[in-house]
Structure formats: structure tokens, C-alpha cells
Design a protein around this ligand. Structure first.
Ligand code: BTN
Length: 269
């Protein structure tokens, strides 16, 4: 994939701009990066806080050659790429199905994949927001969000000083590492056994793959249960507390503590 990076000082939303460009026929590999977003968007119509130079605000246009039913795997393969990007900065991240990248249970990055029809076929725009600094987090996310900065300043400097330091941690450096991993895992996804390989990569990086007590909000319904792997298209399987197996195609996952699940089951009985 040829990466073509367009950078903006300020923009409403890099995803909105990338969708516009894709609709006009932009090639795959077009990346929109901005120092600031005035209308950054998260999933379910939420706002993505996008202060100037406090994060990476990045969107890429993809034109995947995969079967339509595997399109949800694009979010999963992006999660793997973001995970490995953070690892290069010495950060040990977790991936919460389907689009959250966490460190110590706090959100450090999010992914918003959107599709658009264009004269040359369907395009997928993948938007990625990575928190670099947290000094100005608004009160509503201060408790649940974290940033690269918090973890770089907390960690020990290795003797050989091989990890990137805070001073070279700028959006440009970060997007360079990210595009490398996105290119690698996107190529994997499009191989013959790509969907299975992407799920394998996700499995070894996510504590949510199996055995995690969760509460899922999907289509207005609440499911309580334990995660039980992913379907081949990336849907989340849950062993529900009533013994049934639920397959979640889209929804919001919240981690529960073991005893929390037990207590809620007792109340349900
Ligand atoms: C989420 O976790 O809800 C998804 C957040 C996605 C945020 C990124 S920032 C770059 C791109 N532009 C947007 O407006 N949103 C995505």
C-alpha cells in the first residue's frame, strides 16, 4: 500500500475529510492527519476530545479486497496495529473488543471505521485517535482515559535507552510507526487465510478474547456473561449467565469483576 500523508493544522474531523476524499475516488493509502480536530468523532455519536498536539488524529482510506462479511475484521486488525505501535514506545496495551485500546483498564486509543460508496467501489475509512498527552483531559474523561505520556514518564529508562523518549514522541513519529504496522496487518488480512491470522494476532494481544466477565450493551439489550472467543468475522461470543451462547456483532463491552457477575446473577434469580 502506498502511503500518501496529508497533514492539517486544524480540521473538523480527519474521518469526515477522508470520507469526502474517498467518495471523490481517493486511492487507498491516503492518510489525513491533523494537529487538532474541532469536531472529532467517536463511536455512537460521541465526541473525541482532540486538543492541539495532545494526540494523534489520523484517518486512512482503504479499499479492501476481502469478502464483505469480513469487513468487521478491519477494526480488529487496526487494533492489533495500534497495539504494536504502542509497544514500540514501551507500552503494554490491551485491546477491548471491539475498538478500544487500554492500558491498565484506561483508554489510550480508539478506532472508528466507516464505509463509503465511491465510483471505484466501497472504501473503508479507519480513524484512529491516540492520546499522547493528558494534561488537559476534560473532567468527563479524566478518570477513564490515559495517554502515552503518563506511561513513558512512569517507566524505567532502559540501560541501552532503545525506546523512543517523550521528546521525540510527536504525532509525525507516531504516525510513521502506525502506518508501518497498518500496512503489515492490512496485507495479512487480505491473504487467503488472512481473516484467521488476524483473529490469532488479536487473540494473543487481548485479555478480552476468552474468560473475561463482561456486560455488553447491544441493540438496546444487556448481556451478562463470559467472553468465549470470536467468530470468524470478528463477532464476540459470550457465554451468557443463563447458559446460552450469544454472538455480538456490534455493541459496547464493559468489564465486570468476577464477584460482580455472581452478584448480578443472584439478583436475576
Ligand atoms: C472511539 O473510541 O469511539 C473511536 C474514536 C476515534 C477517534 C478518531 S481521531 C481521528 C479520527 N477522526 C475522528 O473524527 N475520529 C477518529
Amino acid at each position: 500500500m502506498n502511503i500518501n500523508l496529508l497533514t492539517y493544522d486544524s480540521i473538523d474531523s480527519t474521518n469526515t475529510e477522508a470520507l469526502k476524499q474517498a467518495r471523490l475516488g481517493a486511492d487507498e493509502g491516503l492518510c489525513i492527519v491533523a494537529r487538532q480536530q474541532t469536531a472529532g468523532r467517536g463511536r455512537h455519536g460521541r465526541t473525541w476530545v482532540s486538543e492541539k498536539d495532545a494526540g494523534l488524529y489520523f484517518s486512512i482510506v482503504l479499499r479492501p479486497k476481502i469478502e464483505t462479511n469480513y469487513l468487521p475484521l478491519i477494526t480488529l486488525m487496526t487494533g492489533v496495529a495500534v497495539h504494536d505501535t504502542l509497544e514500540e514506545f514501551g507500552i503494554d496495551a490491551d485491546i477491548k473488543w471491539v475498538n478500544d485500546i487500554l492500558v491498565n483498564e484506561k483508554k489510550i486509543a480508539g478506532i472508528l471505521a466507516e464505509t463509503v460508496e465511491s465510483p471505484s467501489g466501497l472504501a473503508v475509512v479507519v480513524g484512529i485517535g491516540i492520546n499522547i498527552r493528558s494534561t488537559n483531559f476534560p473532567a468527563e474523561i479524566a478518570e477513564t482515559a490515559t495517554s502515552i505520556e503518563e506511561h513513558l514518564s512512569a517507566r524505567e529508562t532502559p540501560a541501552n535507552n532503545s525506546l523512543p523518549s517523550l521528546t521525540n514522541l510527536e504525532p509525525a513519529g507516531l504516525s510513521q510507526v502506525l502506518t508501518k504496522y497498518l500496512g503489515d496487518f492490512y496485507a495479512i488480512l487480505q491473504r487467503e487465510r488472512g481473516p484467521t491470522e488476524v483473529i490469532d494476532h488479536w487473540r494473543i494481544r487481548s485479555s478480552y478474547f476468552t474468560g473475561k466477565p463482561v456486560r455488553v450493551l447491544a441493540d438496546g439489550n444487556v448481556v451478562l456473561g463470559i467472553t468465549d472467543g470470536l467468530d470468524p468475522n470478528g463477532a464476540l461470543r459470550i457465554k451468557a449467565s443463563d447458559g446460552s451462547l450469544k454472538v455480538i456483532q456490534a455493541g459496547d463491552v464493559e468489564r465486570l469483576r468476577e464477584d460482580d457477575l455472581g452478584r448480578r446473577e443472584m439478583h436475576a434469580n
